[in-house]
Design a protein around this ligand. Structure first.
Ligand code: F0G
Length: 375
């Protein structure tokens, strides 16, 4: 973390490159007809989007649905779904002549902002709740050269500060209150519908600041309006029980959960999340930290999917609903795996590990492991 006085945003960095960064790939290139792109928008890319939709082989049995899929947004360039929206927000900021960007973050938005800023020569300032960001995400922000403003407060405090600072300083705000972020993130819905040939019946998604549920719903509504799909999914949002303002209908003053990415007490996209819930006939519900961690471990052990705890909240949520008697019979369910498990090694390593400490000797290893020698 840098502690020296921050330099004013400068244009001293190399001029942004214009196009052709990831030929044939990237959200701007693939979805240009669905995005607010003009002739002046730089077609930047880190190759984001086009993430795998992986069919469940194990957890599906507990849901009793026709098919369960995981959309691996963890496979985006910086390891989370944020890149889809960030590439649009950064491109539009560059189009408007910005030389500096800022975001508040629980860690993934900042990692993404820092990566694009580094690549395109922008100054990047990230405002984070001090001491509450998972280590992998901190490592990303630091490595990409962002200036980190660690404030003594929650994410909600950080967002308030970022909004105020960007209203006073010539710095573009790239949080999901920036409408271009939502535009980019909606492209994940298009991919799901294109891959399945239809929208799913149920879309399960973790909810923090509520930009992503807003974006997915917008994507499904747009595709349906264009008659690319015949149905729209029910949006099932899941918050951590200790950080569930949308479930309680009131802000939470000090949100608590193991899922640090969604430790948010007053979501910026509150109204649009409720609209997504109501227009889709869906629900926004809470899951406990134990339920989140159980789903987190099951995803890793049974499905080969190492995600961060926040991502597991949506899998925990549908499992909980099935357990409570909800029938998913005949339904296609998609869970959004929003971020990679590598982001939060601390939580992963709290799992009781089966590590055998051994000498570098095959005979001893065979003996210690209880394996008969074949010689
Ligand atoms: N999952 C992960 C891994 C996240 O990082 C976030 C949000 C969410 C889910 C929730 O998405 O906020 O659109 O409802 N992370 C933000 C950040 C807050 O700063 O990285 P949301």
């Amino acid at each position: 973390m840098r502690s020296e006085g921050s330099q004013p945003p400068s244009a001293a960095r190399p001029a942004p490159r214009a196009a052709g960064d990831a030929p044939g790939r990237g959200v701007l290139h693939r979805y240009r007809d669905h995005l607010p792109i003009t002739a002046a928008t730089p077609m930047i890319s880190l190759g984001e989007g086009d993430t795998p939709l992986v069919r469940s082989t194990s957890i599906v049995k507990d849901l009793g649905c026709e098919a369960l899929y995981f959309k691996l947004e963890s496979c985006n360039p910086t390891g989370s779904f944020k890149d889809r929206g960030m590439v649009v927000a950064v491109a539009k900021a560059m189009e408007e002549g910005a030389t500096a960007i800022m975001c508040a973050s629980t860690g993934n938005t900042s990692a993404s902002a820092a990566a694009y800023a580094g690549r395109y020569g922008l100054e990047c300032y990230v405002v984070i709740p001090d001491g509450r960001v998972a280590r992998g995400k901190m490592a990303q922000g630091v490595s990409h050269g962002a200036q980190i403003l660690a404030v003594d407060g929650s994410f909600d405090d950080a967002l308030r500060i970022a909004r105020e600072l960007t209203s006073r300083q010539p710095i573009a705000l790239v949080n999901s209150v920036n409408p271009f972020r939502i535009e980019g993130q909606k492209t994940a819905s298009f991919e799901i519908a294109d891959t399945l040939g239809e929208a799913p019946d149920v879309l399960a998604i973790p909810v923090g600041n509520a930009g992503n549920i807003t974006a997915y719903w917008r994507g499904f509504v747009e595709y349906h309006r264009m008659e690319r799909t015949g149905v729209r999914p029910r949006m099932r949002g899941f918050q951590a029980a200790g950080a569930a303002p949308l479930v309680h209908g009131a802000p939470v003053k000090s949100p608590q959960t193991v899922a640090s990415a969604i430790r948010i007490g007053n979501p910026a996209s509150w109204r649009t999340a409720i609209e997504a819930r109501d227009e889709s006939g869906g629900a926004i519900e809470a899951v406990s930290d134990d339920e989140i961690l159980d789903a987190y471990r099951r995803l890793a052990r049974e499905e080969g999917i190492f995600c961060e705890p926040a991502s597991a909240a949506c899998v925990a949520g549908v499992l909980k609903s099935a357990d409570a008697g909800e029938s998913f019979a005949g339904k296609t369910v998609v869970c959004i795996i929003t971020g990679s498990g590598l982001k939060d090694p601390e939580t992963a390593l709290q799992t009781e590990a089966e590590v055998h400490h051994l000498p570098a000797d095959v005979d001893v290893i065979e003996r210690e492991m209880g394996w008969a020698s074949s010689r």
